[in-house]
Structure formats: structure tokens, C-alpha cells
Design a protein around this ligand. Structure first.
Ligand SMILES: [Zn+2]
Length: 317
């Protein structure tokens, strides 16, 4: 099996991944993350995997996963090994949750959204509310468990991001005990990502800076579970002129195969690479040849966000 030896590898071998959620077609922001993670893996002589983060079934769009894979292929991406679907990994997540319970690190929470809103005193780093810890000491008789949370403490959780520099949080005051399994029964993103990055032997996570605030939670999970901690690189996020991340919610246009070379060049330029004039008009294979030969990680702008227009390549046609 492809991932069998992840444990022994100790992350000395470069293995990266691109992990889209099948909530809609690929857009420019996801292309940037796919391209940077792939080029960084190839520049290190490493492997590059694709993982479909479809654990939140309430957000999945039928057909989107296949559409994403077809689009990646049309854009010249070639991944190593089989695509891992998180929806097929529920038994592994359940096993890890049981382990955290047995370690005394996970506990049942009976709070409703409304109760948390009433009790919370602080805004969390990612815009939510810091969980006030009401159920830490156990549930009172008659209280029904809703979610499962991971115990955190207030030590400094810090890491050196390859793009953004040193990032530090104190989870207890910045986030609070966070959810591992939601009230609707779905496993939380943080748990699934930490478990799968370990399972797949991922040494290097290259992804958008919108996930920067999640990383200390994932490192805490890795620490609790005795996993090796990958290196992280958080890329600037592509925002629209109003400063919002381009996403399905902000009506980011889908990238289309007929404009693959132009969109790849636009993504390279977004990543600070100095592409030669005329490359956007070349064949997709030639763009990849140039990118693999000239990829410079150091050229990536040390920014959290960069504003881009929706249709640069289209207006340049
Ligand atoms: Zn609670």
C-alpha cells in the first residue's frame, strides 16, 4: 500500500498535498494553492498527493470532486498515488477520537450554540467565539452530550511558517477547547486534517493563509497524538477588490480548461514568479516546463492577501 510506511518515514522525505473541498468547481485561489504545493514538492524531488476533503457532507456538491480532478488533469497536474477521500476515513477518525477520550483529552459538550453565545466572553482568532469551557468538568445529570471537544491549555503554540514567519497562539484564550466531532455527528475539519496528514506522511503543507489560524490547533492535535509536525507554508490568499477571499461565497469564477496556460501563468505571477512574456500563449506543457525549471519559493510575496481582478486572463485575450 502506498501510505504504509508513513510512520517510519519521520517526514524526512518530502511529501506534499493539495486538499480541495468538493463544494464547487476550482477557482483561481485553489489553483494557486494546487500549483504552489505541487511545484514545491517537485522542486524537492518529493511526492505530491491530492486529498478530497469531503468530510463535511453538508457542504459537498454532487459531481464536484470528479470535476475538480478533471480540471486538475486538464491543467497539467499529475498526482502521486490514489486520491484519498475523507468520506472513506470515518473509522480512522472515530478511532482517534476514542484514543483522545481514553487519554482524558476529549470530553463531551452539551452546550447549544445559543448557550455558548451567552457564556462566551471573547472573540476567537478565526472570528467565532472562544469556547468558555462550561463542560470541562463533566456533564450534569440529564445533560445530553452534543459535541466532543479537545482540551487545550494556555501554553504558547508557535511555529515558523515558511512564508508568513513566526506564528503563535495561546489556544485556551485564542480559541478555547475546540470541536472534534460536531453536534450533527460529523467529524470536524481540524481532526480529519491532522489525522490524514499523519496517515499520508505529509512532510510539507503548502496552502492558503485563510488556514493560518487553524494551524496551531492542528499542531496541538499532532502533539496530543504523538504525530510528527509537518513544515507549513501559508500562501497569500487571492482577494477580490473588496478585500474578500475569492470563494464560492464571493462568486469566484470557475477556472476553465480552455484557458489553462493563461490561468497557470496568472497563478505563477501571483506567486511572485517572473514569467517570460508570451508564456501565457504557450502550450500547457511548456508552461509546466518553465515553472518546474524556474520555481522560486523565495519569490512568493510575504503577504496574507493579494487583491486580484476576477477575469484578468479573460480581458487579456
Ligand atoms: Zn459545553
Amino acid at each position: 500500500m502506498f501510505f504504509e510506511h508513513a510512520e517510519e518515514m519521520k517526514l524526512t522525505f518530502y511529501r506534499g498535498r493539495f486538499a480541495p473541498s468538493p463544494t464547487g468547481p476550482l477557482h483561481f485561489g485553489s489553483l494557486v494553492a494546487a500549483l504552489a504545493s505541487c511545484l514545491d514538492a517537485r522542486a524537492h524531488g518529493g511526492e505530491w498527493l491530492v486529498r478530497m476533503e469531503d468530510v463535511d457532507t453538508s457542504r459537498n456538491v454532487p459531481g464536484a470532486a470528479d470535476d475538480i480532478l478533471r480540471t486538475l488533469e486538464a491543467f497539467g497536474f499529475a498526482w502521486d498515488g490514489p486520491v484519498l477521500y475523507q468520506s472513506a476515513r470515518l473509522a480512522a477518525y472515530a478511532e482517534v477520537l476514542e484514543k483522545l477520550k481514553s487519554l482524558g483529552l476529549a470530553y463531551a459538550c452539551a452546550c447549544s450554540r445559543k448557550e455558548i453565545a451567552e457564556l462566551a466572553r471573547r472573540q476567537a482568532v478565526d472570528g467565532g467565539l472562544v469556547y468558555p469551557g462550561r463542560c470541562r468538568a463533566g456533564l450534569a445529570a440529564g445533560q445530553q452530550p452534543r459535541a466532543w471537544r479537545l482540551l487545550v491549555d494556555d501554553r504558547e503554540m508557535a511555529f515558523d511558517d515558511r512564508v508568513q514567519g513566526r506564528i503563535a497562539q495561546h489556544l485556551e484564550s485564542d480559541v478555547g477547547d475546540f470541536v472534534l466531532r460536531r453536534a450533527d455527528g460529523l467529524f470536524a475539519y481540524q481532526l480529519a486534517v491532522a489525522v490524514d496528514d499523519h496517515f499520508q506522511g505529509i512532510s510539507d503543507v503548502v496552502r492558503g493563509a485563510d488556514l493560518l489560524a487553524s494551524t496551531p490547533r492542528q499542531i496541538w492535535l499532532q502533539t496530543c497524538l504523538g504525530y510528527a509536525v509537518p513544515r507549513y507554508a501559508h500562501l497569500p490568499v487571492a482577494t477580490n477588490p473588496a478585500g474578500e477571499k475569492w470563494s464560492k461565497q464571493t462568486l469566484a469564477p470557475a477556472i476553465v480548461a480552455t484557458q489553462a496556460a493563461g490561468e497557470l501563468v496568472r497563478a505563477l505571477n501571483f506567486l511572485g514568479q517572473r514569467t517570460p512574456a508570451g508564456l501565457a500563449g504557450a502550450a500547457v506543457g511548456e508552461v509546466w516546463q518553465w515553472a518546474l525549471a524556474h520555481w522560486s519559493f523565495a519569490a512568493i510575496p510575504r503577504q496574507l492577501a493579494i487583491s486580484v481582478a476576477a477575469n484578468l486572463s479573460r480581458s487579456a485575450d
